[in-house]
Ligand binder design. Structure first.
Ligand code: GLA
Length: 418
């Protein structure tokens, strides 16, 4: 009886063990199959061995063709932008990259190399890059992680190493890499692959990740690229989404909460500037530029640089506001008070001072005040306050600052303990 029972028990145990082993085997096979069919389970940025490329210690500054020209580009347009940037003061205040966006492409050669559109760019991209470099500027180009770019041109999927090599041969310093036609592709894998391809090309290139924030790149791209779009495309309007595009203030509200993720070498990108394109007032453009500086955003102008009016020029060339954007501490500013239409923003700067924006979203002038404790100072300290748009300097000893702010406008100041 005893022997019988223990024999049955043994048989049961063996069959349980066999079942477990069977399940394990099936599990292992499934896992192996998963790996075979889905290489996208790789988490490249978290590999201990991955290192950042060391570029963009402060947010990149430059110009890009898209916001003003869309697909209507050619080598004259790009050269004119480089000419203007080199001579109108922009280069002096830090603008560097001249970037061709979508639609420069021709076809691929029989062995897969990408070529430029021979009608739009008859001299070729290498000659254009040489032209830009000769002006002491840097040169950028655009591609896409899918089969096609958003403009329907050949994308880099399946040609990553080949394209990176071509860009290196042309003298490219900056790649904006878009996310159209990517299907179910894993974003982290797609961008890590191009990042590795650039590294293998032997040429340093800033990598601008443009997947619109769909896959939360701020959580994985720190060692893959240097800036990542956080939203859909900007449109030249104060507010209001239209299909895939967002008004300037809609973008601000999506980008602001991501402040903990930005830092030297890796920036939140709320998209390129619309300053000077005509859809907003100069007051609104000053707000746009001020908030981009507060958010440590890349400052990529998107207007016709050769035909800027004085107001546009004064905005894009405001070196005090640019100094906030480019502050070497690299800490993104944030909203410290939200009273509905009236807000206070603060950004810590490397010298211990603060950049502060009083923002009025409303349609009537408003009085907005900030008390020192809201920006991390004690009340008793007297402060030097410099208005970054008017240049006015005052000393404030009352532990707070109060200003009238125009509708859709800002007062932007730098506050330093006196
Ligand atoms: C996407 C990007 C834009 C621009 C276009 C080009 O929409 O987000 O910035 O590059 O593609 O087609």
């Amino acid at each position: 009886m005893v022997a019988k029972t223990s024999g049955r028990r043994l048989a049961k145990a063996v069959s349980r063990l066999a079942a477990t082993l069977g399940l394990l085997a099936i599990g292992t096979m499934a896992a192996a199959q998963d790996q075979l069919v889905d290489p996208n389970t790789v988490r490249p940025s978290r590999e201990a061995g991955r290192t950042a490329n060391g570029l963009a210690p402060t947010p990149p500054m430059g110009w890009n063709s898209w916001n003003r020209y869309g697909c209507k580009i050619n080598e004259q347009v790009i050269r004119a932008a480089a000419d203007a940037m080199a001579t109108n003061g922009m280069k002096g205040v830090g603008y560097r990259y001249v970037v061709i966006d979508d639609c420069w492409h021709g076809t691929r050669t029989a062995d897969g190399f990408i070529t430029a559109d021979p009608v739009k760019f008859p001299s070729g991209i290498k000659a254009l890059a040489d032209y830009v470099h000769a002006k002491g500027l840097k040169f950028g180009i655009y591609s896409d992680a899918g089969r096609k770019t958003c403009g329907g041109k050949p994308g880099s999927q399946g040609h990553e190493y080949q394209d990176a090599l071509t860009y290196a041969r042309w003298g490219v310093d900056y790649l904006k890499y878009d996310w159209c036609s990517t299907g179910v592709r894993n974003a982290e894998e797609g961008y890590a692959l191009m990042s590795d391809a650039i590294r293998a090309s032997g040429r340093e290139m800033v990598l601008s990740i443009c997947e619109w924030g769909n896959n939360r790149p701020w959580e994985w791209a720190e060692k893959i690229g240097n800036l990542w779009r956080t939203t859909g495309d900007i449109r030249d309007a104060w507010k209001g989404p239209v299909t895939y595009s967002l008004g300037m203030m809609d973008i601000v509200d999506r980008n602001e909460p991501l402040y903990p993720y930005a830092g030297p070498g890796h920036w939140n990108d709320p998209d390129m500037l619309e300053v000077g394109n005509g859809g907003m007032t100069d007051t609104e453009y000053r707000t746009h530029f001020s908030l981009w500086a507060m958010m440590a955003a890349p400052l990529i102008a998107g207007n016709n640089l050769a035909e800027m009016n004085a107001a546009t020029r004064a905005i894009l060339l405001n070196h005090d506001v640019i100094a906030v954007d480019q502050d070497r501490l690299g800490r993104q500013g944030r909203r410290v008070r939200d009273d509905g239409d009236q807000e206070v923003w603060s950004r810590d700067l490397a010298d211990g001072s603060r950049a502060v924006v009083l923002l009025n979203r409303g349609d009537a002038p408003a009085q907005i005040a900030v008390a020192w404790p809201e920006i991390g100072y004690t009340t008793g300290v007297p402060m030097q306050v410099r208005d970054l748009w008017t240049g006015a300097a005052t000393r404030e000893a009352a532990g707070r600052l109060s200003r009238t702010v125009m509708p859709h406008g800002v007062v932007m100041v730098r506050i330093t303990p006196a």
